[in-house]
Ligand binder design. Structure first.
Ligand code: UD1
Length: 359
């Protein structure tokens, strides 16, 4: 029986590996969940295990927060014996977090076979910790699982040593369709904006954070829209420490369940976010998205007209929001696959590297 370790640690990894876990279990694999506990607050962690009815992690490394080096280092120290003892056929990591980096690095040096879900994404901004992580993971993984054709082409162009699988689709589609109905027309949307904000480069500098939140208030005021703001603990702490006053249209709430987040996304007139996952989810759900960053590693969303990359200056954010609020139609093409990525990934892992074409 194939033995697989899914190494995860943060909210998006729990959601995006859930379809892989389900498909692996259906294929009869023996799967261990190895949780670094990079995310440990119940609203970022236990809430999703309960909601998605996931089994408790087989291993919880209880690493928690810290500087990048401290956090990643502690993960490595605790992962090495767990992965060595497990004698896994595959160690699977997803995306670009410090947990994914540590999982890949620990496994690659055992050595154990590493598979990278959502491989080949690039923002080309090497100051972003996630860009460093995803580049390193892609260059040490044995099996690269790109979600889209451009991501696969990027891996081939970089001549990664591992095997590049054909595009699998993104598991975010599997997760979204498991909780959502079809696309809601823009004319049927609530008079609401959904805002999420958590990246260090946006929330750690009080000037940048105040500028973004000021722009959100300006848009809400000018367009007569309310704002739902489920807040990451990091952002909440920074707003409190800097004593930033929020516009009264902005309604703060605790980080929400996946089901409620998808509901908010599918009812909102507009999403403002610095999250990668929300850019994808909006594209799937037909919700216009303004990305509060200067780059994106999800250019497919921009190409189909679902997303604009507005930067973090207030003027650019207001302009981007106006542009996306002016859209009358949300019938754009959906570039992330058919919702069967988990199944495809489980099939590729079961087939093993030699059976794959290309690479
Ligand atoms: C991490 C990922 C990011 C991903 C995000 C999803 C890295 C480098 N970053 O960012 O790519 O988009 O998860 O949410 O891996 N905190 C809590 N409770 C928690 C976790 C964190 O209060 O459960 C607070 C702490 O103050 C902590 C800060 O948030 O220092 C940052 O947490 P960290 O895990 O380092 O990164 P995220 O910002 O969550």
């Amino acid at each position: 029986m194939m033995r697989v370790a899914l190494v995860l640690g943060t909210r998006p990894e729990i959601i995006k590996l859930f379809p892989v876990l389900t498909a692996l279990q259906a294929a009869g694999a023996d799967v261990d969940i190895v949780h670094t506990n990079q995310h440990y607050s119940p609203t970022l962690d236990a809430q999703f295990f309960a909601e998605l009815e996931l089994p408790a992690p087989d291993w919880n490394l209880e690493v928690g927060s810290g500087s990048h080096g401290d956090q990643t280092g502690r993960m490595l120290v605790r992962l090495d014996p767990v992965l060595a003892r497990g004698d896994y056929d595959w160690v699977v990591v997803q995306g670009d977090t410090n947990s994914a980096l540590a999982g890949a690095l620990s496994a690659a040096k055992l050595p154990a076979q590493v598979a990278h879900v959502e491989a080949g994404l690039r923002s080309f901004d090497r100051e972003m910790p996630e860009e460093v992580n995803r580049r390193v993971i892609d260059h040490i993984a044995d099996l690269l699982l790109p979600p889209t054709e451009p991501a696969a082409a990027q891996l081939v162009a970089e001549q990664v040593p591992g095997t590049v699988a054909p595009p699998t689709g993104n598991t975010v589609v599997d997760a979204v369709v498991s909780v959502a109905g079809g696309r809601r027309a823009l004319s049927e949307r609530d008079a609401r904006i959904l805002l999420t904000l958590h990246r260090g480069e946006n929330v750690d500098d009080p000037g940048v954070l105040a500028g973004i939140l000021g722009a959100v208030g300006e848009i809400a005021q000018a367009e007569g829209l309310g704002v739902d703001f489920p807040i990451h603990p990091r952002t909440e702490g920074r707003i409190r420490a800097s004593r930033i006053a929020l516009h009264p249209a902005i309604e703060v709430s605790a980080p929400t369940s996946f089901r409620r987040l998808v509901e908010l996304e599918s009812r909102a007139r507009l999403v403002l976010t610095d999250s990668g996952g929300l850019q994808e989810e909006c594209c799937v759900l037909g919700t216009p998205c303004v990305t509060l960053r200067t780059t994106t590693e999800r250019p497919e969303t921009v190409a189909v007209g679902a997303n604009v990359v507005a930067g973090v200056e207030p003027g650019g954010i207001v302009e981007g929001a106006r542009r996306m609020l002016a859209l009358e139609d949300n019938a754009w093409e959906q570039p992330f696959g058919d919702g069967r990525a988990g199944e495809r990934i489980a099939g590729l892992l079961s087939a093993g590297t030699p059976a794959l074409a290309g690479g």
